[in-house]
Ligand binder design. Structure first.
Ligand SMILES: *Cc1c(COP(=O)(O)O)cnc(C)c1O
Length: 399
């Protein structure tokens, strides 16, 4: 007899890694709604609503603001594959995994990446971009990562935006781990192409990449010498589906994913962006205080630490893989390890969207205390929870 595959019932997890983040039950419920056709007037109305809400989170008036089919990397690929033509020089800030990924896509487009490197854990200085612009001749675009998820670095953007205007270069920003979790001002900071992913601070399952393009970016795409080599990610074709006047079939929209995104954006509007950013800051501060008490110190440069992705270095005695396995098996908690050269040396703890909550911070710190006591890396219980509680006690008096 052939054995049938049983129903899949995942074990409940607390997702505190670099994504996906926790998803609100309302978002999961929205995904279970019956399907509509992708050209049904009711579905087209939902697309309009998503566009309006995305413009408000991106803080932009850009007409071209959509949710692309695919994960955050599809957003990255779409931005680059449409804007970069063979021979174009593109300055790319590289201080972690995602900056390198952008440089490698620029190369695949036939462009010439000019890497402006900074050590992992530090920001890319605006001055370094400035000198690269000064010495590189005509530059098509400057691309940087707002929230470098591999290191926990929060990249300042405003000054780089101004430099791009001065040099008539397009400004491309990866906002995968920032959109909906920390301030991002697409219009005010002069960003021409900005993409994100749904499974980080937007707290939706993975599968869509919000993308917004300025009129300057759209003009650059219209003036391409040859069509973009990707058919699926060609935004001039995709635009005809999202444009109200056309609604031309390009590919079938992932209907249920768009239901989910609409609900996640509604939750963001109910909370308010400022309140949401303050929540991310508060829980990050409490987590970092608790981790500090356990001897886990911040990895990213001071003053440039992400509230959505908390990176800490491990003391020599702490066994990375063993503790992360215990956290998952005994407590059902997922956190992230270091990537590349940082493997075994770093933890990356995501407090994104729904994951950014007091009960989650306290659960993780309690679990770590139990494990650290068992391994005899600390001698007194309560130290991490006390440190975090002090931050929470100060809340309310401050704001
Ligand atoms: C997660 C992430 C991506 C890639 O997104 P996927 O959804 O994994 O494709 C790109 N850039 C940054 C900064 C990220 O954190």
């Amino acid at each position: 007899m052939t054995e049938r595959v049983g129903e899949f019932v995942p074990t409940p997890r607390l997702l505190l890694g670099p994504g996906p983040s926790m998803v609100h039950p309302r978002v999961l419920r929205a995904m279970g709604a019956p399907l509509l056709g992708h050209l049904d007037p009711e579905f087209l109305r939902l697309m309009n609503e998503i566009q309006q809400m995305l413009r408000r989170v991106f803080r932009t008036a850009n007409r071209f603001t959509i949710a692309l089919s695919g994960t955050g990397s599809a957003g990255m690929e779409a931005a680059l594959v449409n804007l970069v033509e063979p021979g174009d020089a593109v300055i790319v800030g590289v201080n972690g995994v995602f900056g390198s990924r952008m440089a490698s896509i620029v190369e695949r487009c036939g462009g010439k990446p000019v890497r402006v490197e900074a050590s992992w854990g530090r920001i890319v200085e605006a001055n370094a971009i400035k000198s690269a612009l000064a010495r590189s001749g005509p530059v098509k675009a400057v691309a940087v990562v707002h929230a470098e998820t591999s290191t926990g670095v929060h990249q300042p953007l405003e000054e780089i935006g101004a430099l791009c205007r001065q040099h008539d270069a397009l400004f491309i920003v990866d906002a995968v781990t920032s959109l909906g979790g920390l301030p991002l001002e697409v219009d005010r900071w002069g960003i021409d192409a900005c993409y994100s992913g749904t499974q980080k601070c937007l707290s939706c399952p993975p599968g869509l990449a919000p993308l917004t393009l300025s009129e300057r970016a759209l003009a650059a795409i219209r003036n391409r010498k040859a069509p973009c080599q990707s058919w699926y990610l060609d935004v001039s074709l995709i635009a005809d589906y999202w444009a109200e006047a056309k609604r031309a079939y390009h590919h079938t929209a992932p209907i249920s994913m768009l239901y989910a995104l609409r609900e996640a954006l509604r939750l963001i509007e109910e909370e308010g962006l400022e309140a949401r950013f303050a929540r991310h800051r508060l829980h990050s501060a409490a987590l970092m205080a608790g981790l500090g008490a356990l001897g886990l110190l911040p990895f990213a440069e001071e003053g440039h630490r992400l509230p959505s992705l908390n990176s800490v270095t491990l003391p020599a005695q702490v066994e990375d893989a063993a503790v992360r396995a215990e956290l998952l098996q005994e407590f059902g908690i997922e956190i992230g390890g270091g990537l590349g050269a940082l493997q075994g040396k770093l933890w990356r703890i995501g407090l994104m969207g729904e994951s950014s909550a007091r009960e989650h911070v306290l659960s993780l710190l309690s679990a770590l205390e139990v494990l650290f006591l068992r391994h005899k890396w600390i001698s007194r219980p309560g130290i991490a929870l006390e440190a975090a509680s002090r931050i929470y006690a100060g809340d309310g008096r401050k704001e």
